[in-house]
Design a protein around this ligand. Structure first.
Ligand SMILES: [Mg+2]
Ligand SMILES: [Zn+2]
Length: 162
């Protein structure tokens, strides 16, 4: 069984100080240290996943296709930096418009990935910048680490791999 890091996208990988909703490549500014930090996690045996709420789709601000395209670019950019993102799941719903089982704080996206990739929950961690990220981790029975949004997460990474 592999161990995994589940990463929130906005505020953790992509800086969201300029744009709250991010769906175009010119909005994709990476948080400091992201490449080095993910390389360290990977070198220490973690598979990397992204789980992201994209309620802007439900709100009609952008489409599912926009997000799929952006995520292709995201995966390519990481690949160029020798980082493999194994899978990305996103919730296209918004609690203002509909009920769903996937939007964090629900744990379903994490649970699906644990099942699909036969991951070990006791060694896996959700890294996020919000309470819903931490609630999703708790619901899925894994550890949650809440980082400060848009800041280099190296101190947390060092603690995880020591
Ligand atoms: Mg976030
Ligand atoms: Zn959903």
């Amino acid at each position: 069984m592999d161990k995994a890091i589940f990463l929130d996208r906005d505020g953790v990988l992509i800086d969201n100080q300029q744009h709250y909703y991010i769906w175009k490549s010119d909005q994709m500014k990476f948080v400091d240290g992201v490449f080095k930090n993910l390389q360290l996690l990977q070198e220490n045996g973690f598979l990397l996943f992204i789980v992201s709420n994209q309620g802007g789709i439900s709100r009609g601000l952008y489409s599912k296709e926009d997000i799929l395209k952006l995520h292709d670019e995201l995966i390519q950019t990481f690949r160029k930096n020798n980082i493999t993102i194994t899978d990305i799941l996103f919730c296209p719903h918004h609690s203002d418009n509909e009920k769903c089982l996937c939007r964090k704080p629900e744990p379903l996206m994490i649970e699906k990935l644990i099942a699909k990739y036969d991951l070990n929950p006791s060694e896996s961690v959700m890294v996020g910048d919000s309470d819903p990220d931490m609630q999703a981790a708790a619901g899925a029975g894994i550890r949650g680490i809440k980082i400060t949004a848009n800041q280099n997460m190296l101190p947390y990474i060092l603690e995880l791999i020591q």
